[in-house]
Each structure stands twice: as C-alpha cells, then as structure tokens.
Design a protein. Structure first.
Ligand code: GDP
Length: 201
C-alpha cells in the first residue's frame, strides 16, 4: 500500500470525542518510549506527524490521523507510566478500555513491544486484557536495528511463550525498525489486507 496523504484530525480526551464516521481504524499502543511516534512517522513517511502527540498535555489523549482519506490511524496514550499515581492510572486505563469496547470501526490494534527486552509484565497484562476482550491485535516488535537477529528472536519467542499462559491462539508478529525501515512494508501490507477484507480499498 502507498501512503498518499496523512493528516492530523483530532485529539480526544474521551472516546466520544473521536470522529463519528465509520472509517476502519488501526490503533497503536505501547509503553512510553517504545518507539511509537517514530514508527508512526516512518510508516506514514512524515517527519513530524506525531509531533502533535508529543505536545505536553496531549500525551494522555487519543490522537487521530486520517490516512489516504479512507482509513484512520489512532495513536493511543502510552501505558505503564511509572510516575502515574494510582488514581490517574485508573482514569487512564478506563479511557483505553472504553476505546476498545466502543470503537466499532476498529480493525486491528498494533501492540508495540521493545524488542530489546525480555517479556515485561505490563505488556503481557495488556495483551491478556486484549485477548480476554476479543480485541484483534498484532505484536509489533520495535527498534530491531538495536540488536542482532538471535537475541531478538529469543525475546520474541519468550514473549509468545509467556502468552501461552492465557492465550491458545497466538497473534501475528511483525518485527520493525523506524530507523532502518525494516518491517514497514509488511505492516502496510497487513493494513492493506485488512482494508481489502473489510471492503474499504
Ligand atoms: P514513544 O514515546 O513510544 O513515542 O517513542 P519515540 O518514538 O519518541 O522513541 C523513543 C526513543 O527511541 C527515541 O530516542 C527514538 O529516537 C528511539 N527510537 C525509536 N524507534 C527507534 C528505532 O527503530 N531504532 C532506534 N535505534 N531507536 C529508535
């Protein structure tokens, strides 16, 4: 798939503030610093598309971008903030939870995992939640340029193995690097296939 246009639509503090049309959408989520903004920029070939998501005050919002006029890329707030108080975290998780329950146009969620690390509880907990709620998702390992193929594969395998505790059908895995462009075509191809099967493209 070619990216022809990519434009910022809206930042929403509540799910109800997201656009109300029926465009198919693809959500991106992961721990802060996982490389989400870099990947979204690399994917859309825009240097600064995600600048808006980094603006102070907007990091806790749902940021929506329209791509090629016919699908939506949704940048969800990063989870697992160490510094967030318990109360804040509750509000935050409710926002994310409601997003997945309420957005009917959601086609797939891309869960970004830093490929340098062994499985982290916060990522496993989140994928367990998606599994329990029947949300379709793909694991996207980021920053692949930072380590050699063998350790990278070990981390991917360890994550999938840990997921076997709560999931019988393991998700699709994509390995990416915003720096080298690895995995970009595969990710776009996957989005294209989802759109084709939903009749959008
Ligand atoms: P976000 O907080 O998840 O949006 O993460 P960012 O996209 O801001 O990236 C966090 C840090 O990781 C930045 O210093 C990026 O330059 C770096 N980074 C992101 N993606 C990659 C990648 O693919 N390779 C490398 N080497 N560094 C990356």
């Amino acid at each position: 798939m070619q990216i022809r246009t990519a434009e910022f639509e809206i930042s929403a503090s509540e799910v109800g503030g997201c656009p109300q049309d029926a465009l198919p959408e693809f959500a991106f989520i992961g721990r802060s610093n996982v490389g989400k903004s870099s990947l979204i920029n690399a994917l859309t070939n825009r240097k600064n598309l995600c600048r808006v998501s980094k603006t102070p005050g907007r990091t806790r919002l749902i940021n929506c971008f329209k791509v090629n006029e016919d699908w939506r890329l949704v940048d969800l707030p990063g989870y697992g903030f160490v510094k967030t108080g318990k109360k804040d975290r509750g509000v935050f998780e409710e926002l994310i939870g409601r997003y997945f329950v309420e957005r009917e146009g959601l086609s797939c969620c891309f869960v970004l995992i830093d490929s340098r690390h062994s499985p982290q509880t916060v990522d496993l907990d989140f994928t367990a939640w998606l599994t329990a709620n029947a949300v379709p998702f793909v694991l996207v390992f980021t920053k692949a340029d930072k380590l050699k193929p063998n350790p990278l594969q070990r981390n991917v395998d360890a994550f999938l193995k840990a997921m076997e505790e709560f999931s019988s059908a393991l998700p699709r895995v994509l390995v990416t690097s915003a720096q080298s462009g690895e995995g970009r075509q595969e990710l776009l191809k996957f989005i294209g296939l989802c759109l084709a099967s939903s009749g959008a493209e």
